[in-house]
Design a protein around this ligand. Structure first.
Ligand code: NAD
Length: 357
């Protein structure tokens, strides 16, 4: 019998609540299918700072490296904002991405039929939206040097560096090409080449690689226009390829097309080694501990893990169809609620999904 080794990083805020749902989903699947899971819980984020003084302890990083896949909920809380940046929860995230070389972040944005009315946009605009944001994750301005805050001429000056090597652009472009080949074969590369040299390099390298794949249709868009087009006509997009910073912003924007950021899963992948599967949202400190968070993004991230890391397609499909069934019956967590829906808690949503599996 196959035994998948998963490291679970439930992190902070709503992390433990939504992780509990995913653990129970995996336990149910292990009963139904011919595989089992060994789930190893490790400290990460604020809870690791509280216990070990750092957000990404060596023990956690090592366990992740030795796993088959990492399931991560979310990290962060305002109470860590005054800490030195090097030991804040978000720095732990960057360390994990860098240590596992997770250069490709895949964020599918799919409107679930029964949630069309939960979107802040009109039904005819969001209906049938099904796009994927492919975000470069280990380069760009989040990692570029030099960076810092210095004193200059009696005032403070803050600076960061957005830089990309052509090898980094080519590597993420190959990932987008692979994904596009299994879909409509359209890639829209998003940059700011009219202003930034680093974006010109991005654009030139994307074009060079895609020219070797004549079946792929490439378009380029400036990031400000892309933000506007995602609201105006999101159906025009299939695969959006972009850098670390622009991908961060555009994927949160895309999240709202689906009705709530609590609906969006993601996968962060490397060429060889374990991937990290995590919701797009943060730790939602404003609703933590109240059992009202939406666990669906985490459950869909669990499905992505089964599909991509373990090739357990049937099990992944089962999670997705269970979620669709529960939503189609009108059950909603608070973030998705409208006048006609039945409001349920995070754990009840989990329970209903599990019953459908
Ligand atoms: P957030 O995503 O945590 O929350 C934004 C809003 O969405 C809040 O109103 C929150 O209640 C709501 N929300 C988020 N997830 C939800 C869910 N599953 N169900 C229902 N509502 C949900 O973003 P933020 O408020 O900007 O950041 C809060 C903390 O999370 C910060 O410390 C930030 O650094 C951190 N963060 C972590 C990650 C991550 O772990 N990958 C990502 C983004 C932000």
């Amino acid at each position: 019998m196959k035994n998948y080794k998963i490291v679970l990083l439930s992190g902070d805020g709503i992390g433990p609540e939504i992780s509990e749902v995913s653990i129970r989903i995996l336990q149910k699947l292990a009963i139904r299918f011919d595989f089992k899971f060994t789930i190893n819980k490790e400290l990460f984020g604020g809870i690791a700072i509280d216990n070990c003084g750092v957000p990404a302890p060596e023990k956690t990083i090592q366990a992740c490296k030795e796993s088959d896949a990492v399931l991560l909920a979310c990290v962060g809380d305002n109470k860590y904002d005054s800490l030195d940046r090097s030991i804040r929860p978000e720095t732990g995230l960057l360390k994990l991405r860098s240590e596992l070389n997770l250069f490709a972040n895949i964020r599918p944005v799919k409107i679930r039929k029964s949630l069309i009315s939960s979107s802040s946009l009109k039904e005819e605009i969001v209906k049938d939206v099904d796009l994927i944001v492919v975000r470069e994750l280990t380069g760009g301005i989040y990692f570029g040097e030099p960076r810092g805050i210095i004193k200059a001429n009696d005032e403070e000056k803050g600076f960061n560096t957005m830089s990309y090597k052509s090898s980094e652009v080519k590597r993420i472009t190959e990932v987008a090409i692979d994904i596009a080949k299994g879909r409509s074969k359209k890639i829209c590369s998003v940059d700011k080449a009219n202003v930034l040299e680093v974006s010109q390099l991005w654009r030139d390298n994307v074009k060079e690689i895609i020219m070797k794949h004549p079946e792929i249709q490439l378009s380029n868009m400036y990031v400000d226009n892309a933000a506007m087009q995602l609201i105006k006509d999101p159906k025009q997009f299939d695969v959006i390829l972009t850098n670390n910073l622009f991908g961060d912003i555009l994927s949160d924007l895309s999240a709202m097309l689906t009705g709530s950021i609590g609906m969006l899963p993601s996968a962060s992948l490397t060429l060889k080694g374990p991937g990290v599967f995590e919701p797009v949202h943060g730790s939602a400190p404003d609703i933590a501990g109240q059992n009202i968070a939406n666990p669906i993004a985490m459950a869909l991230s669990t499905a992505m893990m089964l599909r991509i890391a373990f090739n357990e397609i049937k099990a992944a499909d089962l999670i997705e169809s269970a979620i669709d069934k529960v939503l189609s019956e009108g059950f909603r967590t608070a973030d998705l609620r409208d006048n006609t829906s039945k409001l349920i808690s995070c754990s009840e949503m989990g329970q209903r999904i599990i019953e459908e599996i």
